[in-house]
Design a protein around this ligand. Sequence first.
Ligand SMILES: O=C(O)C1=C[C@@H](OP(=O)(O)O)[C@@H](O)[C@H](O)C1
Ligand SMILES: C=C(OP(=O)(O)O)C(=O)O
Length: 422
Amino acid sequence: MGSDTAVRIIPPQGPLRGRVAPPGSKSITNRALLLAGLAAGTSRLTGALKSDDTRYMAQALRDMGVAVDEPDDTTFVVHGTGRLNAPAQPLFLGNAGTATRFLTAAVAAAVDGTVVVDGDAHMRKRPIAPLVAALKTLGVDIDAPSGCPPVTVRGRAGGFAGGRVEIDGGLSSQYVSALLMMGALGSRPTDVVLTGADIGAKGYVDLTTAAMAAFGAAVSHPSDTVWTVAATGYQATDFAVEPDASAATYLWAAEALTGGAIDLGTPADAFTQPDARAWDFIRLFPHLPAIIDGSQMQDAIPTLAVLAAFNTTPVRFTGIANLRVKECDRVAALATELSRIRPGLGVEEGDDLLVASDPGLAGQSLPTRIETYADHRIAMSFALAGLKIRDITILDPGCVAKTYPGYWRALASLGVELRDEA
Ligand SMILES: O=C(O)C1=C[C@@H](OP(=O)(O)O)[C@@H](O)[C@H](O)C1
Ligand SMILES: C=C(OP(=O)(O)O)C(=O)O
């Protein structure tokens, strides 16, 4: 499905039942790919996600001389050499925040030569200045004149001494993760010190340190705001990627909305990713609480916001300011598209999103063409509205390829009828 297509969701007659395993975690796949690429030796990553975001990471590694084989749909075999070559061209990373932020730091310590880290028009609007400033304090020769990609890094493999680096992770926890993964490449230990506002979704930093440990790194966390990374480098290893918790939220919500039973193959409490917390709310549907703090499960907010439209009482989402610097301004997109379904259904109040909620929406015909802003999560979450409301059409459905290329097939396999439209 290309960007000029659309898909209309036909609400199913009854509960959705069946088995759908979500794909591998984007966050974990991109950490594991990078760490495998930085290690000397062969690492086999199984259960991995193959999607736009992970293909950009894999291709960037290939562009820097790392052989990455793909023996099947869920496996990457990475042949690291312990160093990355300067690429002949800028690294093009689409709109993959993880790949862009993680590689910006890693290439400074692993490449001898100039690397331009770049992305598409959306990525060129996503801030990276705090990470660039932090890398400068470590002596890295780096520029990002617009404060967003493209970033030019003049790397010095073997030249990173480690030391102390301060970072404000208020806009993105990915800056913290990027510095941590770079930290193990120093000649001395690195202290990553958090300043400023608290980081959203600290759980992503935990995912980073867990992946680093699997590839032989040693990270201690002596206080809430400090991580110390030993100068170990990375060791190749075989690594199993867990399923994607953010992808799971759409399936949990589809189950809740239709009163169905979808077997994901992984119980909610088995995920280590932050978005799995959304289950604690989804299972309360249609009695979601009046206020939901989204700060620790940000990528699940589109799912919860669409679910909230069918709740018995209104829901205010707080702690979501940095949803404004994701693939699109998700606070604005959610308010606009909910209100396209019914005026006033979603309202922005400062950085909060207020969802008016109306269980009576279910069963109505409300012809609506949902703009998706090239944002996979807007497409996937509004498809859920189409399970209950007739004549919901999702524009640019192909944008789900960023993290869940099989999403529409998964819905179809559960019996949801999808009609392609122009
Ligand atoms: O570290 C990660 O894997 C991610 C961190 C979060 O981003 P921010 O840290 O930019 O909020 C999340 O939204 C993104 O999808 C994945
Ligand atoms: C914010 C997201 O992605 P990223 O920052 O990795 O591009 C996301 O997947 O919702």
